[in-house]
Design a protein around this ligand. Structure first.
Ligand code: HEM
Ligand code: HEM
Length: 157
């Protein structure tokens, strides 16, 4: 069976995931560790804002990517019953990031914003684990004997 997603889509996954993760981590470092002390008191580092700008751009790219993967990858692989646990975990992680990221735009009070922000970046920091676990199960699959359609790396698309 031929699965219709261009090979390039996986590289897009790695590029966008790295971008969204790195921009989030850089924001955290600049926000918590690189605050400047000026005559007016503690002032955010000028780059802090730009990491959030970059993160916002990568977050939009993530939304596009998830829509793309839904149409080309997620539903088809789910129906084929392949890597449901690691794929489902990764999907749930991305869904939580999108949901908490959306809330960060609109929550009115700090009482809600602060815990949502912490939940967002804690899940975000752990996101590479879910991606690596999913990638890893895929690597293990390719070591197995072929067991049917889509069971070899050459059968990918
Ligand atoms: C329920 C959801 C999912 C299922 C059942 C699933 C299933 C699979 C399966 C069976 C493979 C190995 C076959 C292949 O190479 O295509 C795979 C590979 C892959 N999946 Fe998923 N997946 C799911 C969700 C996701 C999500 C949400 C992402 C990204 C955000 C993702 C990213 C990838 C990547 C990058 C690979 C290829 C690894 C590589 O060859 O470099 N998957 N997935
Ligand atoms: C699908 C993936 C993601 C989406 C859609 C997303 C979305 C967002 C959005 C919309 C914001 C609010 C921006 C603003 O206030 O202007 C945000 C903030 C943030 N995100 Fe993400 N994000 C994602 C992944 C990640 C990851 C992987 C990390 C890893 C560390 C992360 C860390 C952060 C941090 C530190 C903030 C700033 C929190 C704050 O303002 O209190 N995000 N994200």
């Amino acid at each position: 069976m031929k699965i219709s997603a261009p090979l390039a889509s996986y590289w897009t996954v790695y590029a966008v995931s790295t971008g969204v993760w790195l921009s989030g981590v850089l924001w955290l470092i600049f926000h918590y560790y690189l605050v400047r002390t000026t005559e007016f008191g503690p002032t955010p580092h000028p780059l802090e804002h730009w990491w959030l700008v970059a993160h916002g751009a990568m977050a939009f790219a993530s939304l596009w990517l998830m829509g793309f993967l839904w149409g080309t990858h997620v539903v088809k692989r789910w129906r084929l019953r392949q890597h449901r646990k690691s794929g489902g975990t990764l999907f749930a992680t991305m869904a939580l990031l999108i949901f908490t990221g959306y809330l960060l735009y609109y929550l009115p009070s700090d009482d809600w914003r602060v815990p949502t922000s912490i939940a967002h970046w804690v899940i975000g920091l752990a996101m590479p684990l879910a991606l690596t676990a999913h990638w890893w199960t895929r690597a293990c699959l390719n070591r197995d004997e072929p067991k049917g359609p889509l069971r070899r790396s050459t059968d990918r698309y």
